[in-house]
Design a protein around this ligand. Structure first.
Ligand code: TRH
Length: 342
């Protein structure tokens, strides 16, 4: 089956990251994907070799294309109106889905799977379905990488990131933050190898001297499959936005999430909603310290005196991962959702 997937890059790499992961995941299950994207530049490092079954195409060229059986717009990105008009003219209307942003808030369960009949505009007569990713069976589930097994032996060393004796390995992928010195102080309680992603993480590190015991390496942009693998080879992952946050939940390794900051402060409620779920499911006794650390990392409070003890935190991350594995992943759910509506 052919899927049309529309992706508009607003900023950063989450739009392209989610769309590429979805497209590659569908292709890995035998689907054919036309990825209509307005700025494919990040794909040069994120997916340098592409993948069979996914065809990246210029957004503007969709104006003249014939719609396929399924049309997905990521994050309400509004496909070109000429394309939507052609969808409405098709004898069998395509299944049209809006893939929404991820949140653990309660509205997601209420909104997942709702339809929005189109009464006016180029798509009049069509139905658009809302598909919400999420953390339980009443949502559309989560995207998983197509590869990334547990860390292969010597993987870090092969990349030049070998850990030295006693070192913990920490990935740092973040936005601008004033909380970095506090984080580094906490990490320095143990010898640490900090692997910093390009962008704000490396810029911030270039302006401070890390405390004794913290060794830093600046990473290049990695292909998405390599980045996924890296998250499985570490002791702690600091991730951001949407897609790296989801992928940091699969290894069963402690993670700290920096949310995409929203001017109206909506990210604060999003953070609490996720932690409420995580802490209640895992019954993590050091929940208050974890919550305080996450809030602090997001500029929403002061650092706790210490990070949660690593063994218990690790156990909680694994329990959480196991619970997520018990629900069908997003692509499985999307395929059934579409099949039921065709
Ligand atoms: O880049 P982001 O901050 O994206 C953001 C958020 O998604 C935010 O919610 C959204 O509103 C905004 O974009 C538009 O973080 P995110 O979501 O983790 O996306 C990063 C992608 O980059 C993810 O797919 C992982 C990938 N990546 C690599 O492939 N290689 C790398 O080396 C790194 C660091 C990331």
């Amino acid at each position: 089956m052919v899927w049309d997937l529309f992706c508009r890059v607003v900023d950063n790499f989450g739009d392209v990251g989610v769309c590429w992961r979805l497209a590659a995941g569908l292709a890995a299950r035998g689907e054919s994907v036309r990825l209509w994207i307005d700025d494919a530049s990040a794909l040069t490092w994120m997916a340098p070799r592409g993948t069979e079954g996914v065809q990246p195409l210029l957004w503007a060229d969709a104006e003249h294309a014939e719609p396929a059986d399924t049309v997905i717009e990521a994050f309400g990105c509004d496909p070109p109106s000429a394309f939507i008009a052609r969808m409405a003219r098709r004898t069998a209307a395509p299944v049209w889905i809006n893939l929404e942003y991820l949140s653990a808030e309660a509205y997601v369960e209420r909104s997942h799977g709702l339809q929005s009949p189109q009464f006016s505009g180029p798509g009049a007569g069509l139905n658009k379905w809302f598909f919400y990713p999420g953390f339980n069976a009443r949502t559309g589930g989560l995207l998983r990488g197509t590869s990334a097994p547990p860390c292969p032996e010597h993987w870090l060393a092969q990349h030049g990131w070998a850990r030295q004796a006693q070192e913990q390995v920490v990935v740092l992928f973040c936005y601008d933050t004033t909380a970095l010195p506090d984080l580094l102080q906490q990490l320095a309680a143990q010898p640490t190898l900090l692997l910093a992603a390009p962008g704000p993480a490396q810029q911030a590190l270039s302006q401070i001297r890390p405390p004794t015991g913290v060794r830093t390496i600046a990473l290049p942009w990695l292909a998405q499959t390599e980045f996924d693998q890296l998250l499985h080879c570490t002791d702690l992952n600091l991730v951001r936005g949407e897609d790296s946050f989801v992928q940091a939940q699969w290894p069963g390794v402690p993670f700290i999430w920096q949310l995409y900051p929203q001017a109206d402060g909506a990210h604060a409620a999003k953070l609490e909603a996720f932690l409420d779920r995580f802490l209640s499911l895992t019954e993590f006794v050091d929940g208050p310290a974890l919550r305080q650390a996450w809030r602090a990392w997001n500029g929403l409070g002061a650092w706790p005196e210490r990070l949660p003890p690593r063994a218990a935190w690790q156990q909680a991350a694994t329990a959480w991962r196991d619970s997520l594995r018990r629900q069908p992943d997003l692509i499985t759910q999307l395929q059934s959702f579409v099949a039921e509506r065709r």
